[in-house]
Design a protein. Sequence first.
Length: 327
Amino acid sequence: MPSRRVDGARALAAEPATTLVAIGNFDGVHRGHRAVIRAGVERAAERGLSPLVLTFHPHPSEVLGRGRRAPMLTAIDRKVELITRIDPALRVVVEPFTLELSKETPRQFVEQLLVGQLGARVVLVGDNFRFGHDRAGDLATLVELGQEFGFEAGAEPLIGDGGGAYSSTRVRQLVAAGDVRGAAMVLGRPHSLAGLVVEGDQRGRTIGVPTANLDAVREALPPNGVYACVVDRLEEQGATALGAGVTNIGRRPTVDGTRLSIEAHLLDFDADLYGARLRVHLIERLRDELRFSGLDELKAQIARDIAAARPILERTSPDPEALGAWY
């Protein structure tokens, strides 16, 4: 069985199959993205085509240095994982974004990548899709080139709800506002943070509340505060549900006040997690970050946080599609 992730379109160039290609960044793989991709899979089945999702890594802004990149919702491995869950027929082509690729004209992009390497017969993009050197190509350009090179091109509008279209921008705004429940409604699952457990100052253990300190977190952070959460452990063979707990994001003004930290306390759990990779799914914001008069007051507040989190987490159940992980 071929890999569901294909690193670089050249790996498909020798395959005779013709394809339907959905192109996008798909950051967050939210409900709108999934609806578009599902529609593409159904259309591919009707036409006897192989469905592909084409995305790029690293993000073009990182390569071209064009302004500040918007906070990331999903790292590339997580993005591929979520996309391939949508349908067993799907494969994701992760095309390296390079300076050389950025200099290709729209015609070169279509002729060499979409047609020459991916065998595209149908191409689906977003309404605001731009491609080619200096973003010279748009949907009209793609349609015109499709007529020349023998593929159909079209845009798939994103679905939404009363709050507007489901979009990555909307999720980022909700996360930035601390509305993790609202973000979960758009994503179709909780927003998550992944990182490596590193040794901290072990102050939590001294007050009976051991925490896993996460380092190298790349996803968009909500405002400082305390959040009810569920936690997966990430390993090479996949993710598994580890437990539920509370996560503190902030600068620990009672004991430190300078260094940003992300600390997860797992309820009813006591094991060494140093060196483990965890994914923390943020279920609900419990409170703002506060400064306390000392460790006793801090410990009492943590006990109240845990008591507030338990009924929330008891109503939280794993996603069956996550195959043993929470989400």
